[in-house]
Design a protein around this ligand. Structure first.
Ligand SMILES: [Zn+2]
Length: 486
């Protein structure tokens, strides 16, 4: 049965807002009081359950199809609002979110009952929008109990004086463009060529995490950082498209404030988020975009993983070139300066970048040096053990490489290959490994003294066999030979 008093429904309104207004318009003190006379729960209206919407349609005289557009699902997964998909953390939760000026405009401009006029705009429920699209003022957020949060009209009636005061004293806020964009996504309107191509959830999360990068590097004036939340900061860049995102990355890298150029920390959580979702179809485009930006901005080597393994090296730093060609950083730097590839500067070695093609022209295409990481990749031995072998001279490093911290040690590839040959053994079948232990384990059993074991192998005192591929971890020795060693 239709209620005696009805109210006009707005296309951007949530169904729960309509229920709350109907209750007040018909003389109930609250939505809870009204619903207690029915078998409908507020949560069922919020989630647009069939029976509840049927009833709401009957009470209001509004067709069901108009009522179900703004469904707010609970639970832990994503939820849909109109045409937009949103994540759990963008859900409103138990609180009122509203623009005081919109509320007072609704109140004073209605031809009907003023208490029942203010309504909840669907985009207010998205907890990444903090600004009113009309008045460009901050949205107010008020915590409420679960029941009260469902009942906006009662809240307005109880707090009218306060709301009026707030509406008169509001200030301007950043973020109205973001609010308009969120509204467009809820409506299903196309308004941004780049972001519209991404699923709304991915687009908003991208803006949020990109904003974190802006804040991380203080890449905007302090007053801008103070006035905007992360998602707005990111939206201001991402809404201009891929080129603007890359220009932003380039501009931070060019800034003299940046002390290290580490791709692992530069992008903060943006990189780990994309790496986590990289194989999901909705993330493909944006993951590829950041991979290609990183390859053009950082000295990533072949197979080095940013989001995906790098296919082709675009840039070298002095440090990576030093590893690749087995030369000290000082020599690499001098050769590049002499060839006019780089300018003389005070920048640290790992911050001096140049294109990989010109490095090939100067140093040759052959890789003649290896970093500890390269050796680890070929050998599968922990980097700490490799470093120990190098530092005690068993696997000698390139003279002058490494520095005090020993972090940029370079080993000549030929020296490494030579050692590899010396400690290799005949390939055997699994059945022949009768009383054998892995070579690495043998070292661990002898107080981790890998060097002593290897020395015995090199001098022929200890015989090694190989079972499987070329990794160090596939080398085995017999227990009896080991026992004879001492
Ligand atoms: Zn407003």
């Amino acid at each position: 049965m239709q209620l005696p008093v009805t109210v006009p429904f707005h296309d951007d309104e949530t169904p729960l807002s309509l229920a709350s207004r109907l209750a007040i318009a018909n003389g109930y003190r609250s939505l809870a009081e009204f619903l207690s006379c029915t078998d409908v729960r507020a949560a069922a209206i919020r989630q647009c359950e069939e029976g509840a919407i049927e009833q709401l349609s009957t009470w209001s005289g509004i067709p069901k199809s108009r009522l179900v557009r703004h469904q707010i699902l609970g639970g832990t997964g994503s939820w849909r609002l109109g045409d937009a998909t949103l994540t759990k953390k963008m859900r409103p939760g138990n609180r009122h979110r509203f623009c005081p000026q919109c509320v007072m405009d609704d109140y004073s401009q209605t031809a009907g009952r003023p208490n029942a006029a203010p309504y909840v705009r669907a985009y207010w429920c998205v907890r990444l929008v903090n600004t009113c699209e009309v008045h460009e003022c901050p949205l107010t957020e008020v915590e409420a109990s679960k029941t009260d949060a469902s009942d906006f009209s009662s809240f307005v009636v109880s707090n009218l004086a306060q709301l009026r005061k707030e509406a008169e004293s509001t200030t301007n806020a950043a973020g109205a463009d973001l609010a308009r964009y969120v509204i467009a996504r809820i409506r299903g309107d196309l308004s941004n060529i780049f972001l519209d191509g991404l699923e709304s959830m991915v687009a908003f999360e991208l803006c949020d995490r990109l904003g974190e990068v802006v804040r991380r590097h203080k890449a905007a004036p302090q007053e801008v950082l103070d006035a905007n939340n992360d998602v707005t900061l990111g939206f201001n860049i991402a809404s201009q498209g891929p080129r603007a995102i890359e220009d932003f990355v380039t501009s931070i890298l060019a800034s003299t404030k940046l002390s290290t150029r580490d791709f692992r920390t530069f992008f903060g959580s943006l990189r780990s988020w994309l790496a986590l979702h990289r194989s999901e179809p909705n993330f493909g485009e944006v993951a590829e975009l950041f991979q290609s930006i990183a390859e053009r901005s950082f000295p990533l080597g072949v197979d080095e993983v940013f989001i995906f393994p790098t296919k082709k090296r675009v840039l070298h730093s002095i440090t990576t070139a030093s590893s690749q060609w087995g030369l000290t950083e000082k020599i690499v730097r001098t050769m590049l300066e002499d060839a006019g590839v780089i300018e003389r500067s005070d920048l640290p070695h790992n911050n001096v970048l140049f294109d990989a093609a010109s490095a090939n022209a100067i140093f040759g295409k052959q890789q003649t040096g290896m970093s500890i990481r390269d050796i680890h990749r070929e050998w599968r031995l922990p980097q700490s053990q490799i470093r120990a072998l190098v530092l005690n001279g068993f696997l000698p490093k390139v003279e002058g490489s490494g520095g005090r911290a020993g972090s940029r040690i370079v080993v000549n590839r030929e020296v490494f290959e030579d050692l590899k040959r010396k400690i290799d053994g005949d390939v055997v079948a699994a059945s022949e490994l009768t009383d054998h232990v892995p070579l690495r384990e043998a070292a661990t059993n002898r107080n981790g003294n890998l060097e002593a074991i290897l020395q015995a192998v090199v001098t022929g005192e200890l015989k090694v066999v190989r079972y499987g591929g070329s990794y160090f971890t596939n080398l085995w020795v017999s227990r009896s030979d080991l026992a004879r060693l001492h």
